[in-house]
Ligand binder design. Sequence first.
Ligand SMILES: [Zn+2]
Length: 362
Amino acid sequence: MQTITLRMKLLKPTEAKKAEYRRMTNETTALANRLIGLPKKERSISSKSIGGDLPSAVKNQLVRDVNGNKTAKRFRRVWPAFNNQNFRVEKETAKDGKETWKASFPTGEKRVGVPVVATDYHKPYLELLQTGKAKQGAAKLVERRGEWYTHLSLTIGEPEKEVSSVPAKMPKIVGIDLGLIVLLAAWCGGLTLFVHGGPLAYVRRHFAALRWSYQKNGAKRALKRLGDREHRWVTDMNHKIARAVVDFAKKNGANLIRLEDLTGIRWTRRQSRKQRQDHGRSLHHWPFFQLRQFIEYKAALAGIEVQSVNRDKTSQTCSRCGETRSVRPASRWFECPRCKRKKHVDANAAENVASAISGLAA
Ligand SMILES: [Zn+2]
């Protein structure tokens, strides 16, 4: 285990943003000095009542930091700090393949991503964070000689064995069904989020057509560049989809996400048949494992647990009454032979995943 701090400069923040960061710093400093005079037990309560004009996430972190400081009597300056659930760094890939890294954290303004200067030293660590191979710690907003920086701590190394948290009495669950026509359907408490595969398949076909013409002309370097570009595009899409899923879960107050287990031969076989029916409009070879990793990583940052569910019969069972049909529905609608309910097949499947009708995968 190794903990390091990444110091990344904010890329040309506007004057308004700088003013807001300075204002926040003044507020955190003043609040820290008010809190240090109080007994520890009262600090958390007091931060709400005597607190300055700060996002609650910043106040909570401030109380933790002040409590953790054993020696200080007075603070000259306290930088706004964020715990790992409130500070994010994410990569955005533009159409031309150019990558930007953006940090987002709560301020008095709307939460928007601010570009950071990620050097070749920073990037490998950021990638580890993205793939969940590094654990994110707290982050700070710091000013040095008129420039603003984020100081982000992260831990690398063998993850300690996870202590499974005791689930809340009534877990609120998101169920996710993955497919090729609807790439992803997420269900939670009657609401469904759909990510349609069509537009993604369209871009992929465009890549395929280009690849074919490059191959025909023996343009090897162009082919390699094209491959890199497609890879970046797909990865970026998976990040966006994962983000949408976790946002959906957060918006619905869910604390558990259930996904179908992706291992097993049946997945591939059924998918290829589905694809044939689909006249090539689908997304064969979409990196579902990567998508799953991204969902797991982003969910973990949001404090949401992820479970695997067996995928037996999730598409063939009525999510209302439990009746099982012997064949998969031929249309995009699941019509229950018993209770007669009609529901979108993927929404029906996602609801079945949420209630884990075929049990949790090992
Ligand atoms: Zn039914």
